[in-house]
Design a protein around this ligand. Sequence first.
Ligand SMILES: Cc1ncc(COP(=O)(O)O)c(C=O)c1O
Length: 458
Amino acid sequence: MPHLRPFVSAVVRPIPITTREQRIQEMDRAGHNPFNLPADKVSIDLLSDSGTGAVSVDQQAWAQRGDERYAGAESFYRFRDAVRDIVPYRHILPVHQGRAAERVLFSALLGEGRISVSNTHFDTTRNNVERLGSRALDLPCPEAAELDSEAPFKGDIDLQALRDLLTGPEGPRVGQVLMTITNNGGGGQPVSMANIEAASALAREHGVPLILDAARFAENAWLVTRREPGYSGWSPRDVARRAFEMADGAVASLKKDGLAPEGAFIGVHDSDLADRCEVDVIATEGFRTYGGLTGHTLETLARGLHEVLEPEYLADREHEGAYLAERAHQAGVDTVRPAGLHGIYLNAGTLLPHLDPAQFPGHSLANALYREGGIRCSELGSLYLGELDGEGRLTAPAPFELVRLALPRRVYDHSHLEYVGEVLAGIAKDPEQVPGYRVTYAPPVLRHFRCRTEPVRA
Ligand SMILES: Cc1ncc(COP(=O)(O)O)c(C=O)c1O
């Protein structure tokens, strides 16, 4: 049966068409950092899949009944019930976005000298751990480092390393085991149910809470139904629910699998923990029944949480991701395999061997995609993950020079992805034309969001 997209556009937005000359000028103005580009100069925006999806006509209709009363609004209860249908925890607190959920929950679980251990902390997540004086320790499974391997669950945590940590001298300092599903920092790879279950058992054995960073809980659930033996007949909803059942708490940005531009929640069983979080939420986000969100948004999310688990929607998302990965391969560009759902990760290291890591090949490829085609994306390589000295020179490279093409939900169609494939193929035909970069301004934290760079001509 041929693939049929399960939706059509109901409202459209024109996208800017720019010339190469204009884009070169824009890049100069932006300090050659895609995060500094104005969106109206970007044709295809693959910078993030967060808050960038299209809402459905049903979500718009639900939003119309947004109840904006300060406390106990009807919209809150509809939101809470939609979350609880998937996340069976006693306490659900809405907040404005994922990093607020992290800040609040981690403040209650961590502190000076504590350890947060994860399959991989996302960048803001790491920052929220470190701001508390805690250490963010990543223990990805060994397969995560094999970019070309087709291993199905490269997002897993290394269970042996987790056991060694928990039973070793640092064990008592571990404040949380944090499982990021899917593993965004680790190439968008899914985490298996077997891995969550084993991590959960280990955490329980040592009295440490297991927390899910569940920004892409539906996409993880879908890939479990597709790849994990024993789950092929399960619905994505049942898999997602089972994953939450195995944890003690969760933070989830709903800007991804909530199919809305804002929102997140904190979910926990423990009433004392919920109480501490609630005080923080009231002081910094908003009363416990809105957490900084409008009734309009709570309704949009309640409906989005339903739509995101529809198998036809998830199958389409898998299909589109696989298509873009295939186009990259046809162009001779390596990607992290197997293709995930929320983004395709290009290997700039193998495409641009004439650039050494100190010239930031990932950043070079991201900038080339903008210059040649108005496509915005960003690197996950040495500019973001490497170590730099005070002069902005690289002292320790990242393990890989990747570029993430994030896929906004329900926004771009096949022809847009075909265009991305063509621009990429044009670059890949003559990769030596792509210049390296040097850093001219490097802030001490969250560098890739804020730095400025310039091309280095050979
Ligand atoms: C895995 C993961 N956790 C947390 C966050 C933070 O969420 P937010 O952008 O809503 O603050 C993100 C955002 O991309 C993420 O990918």
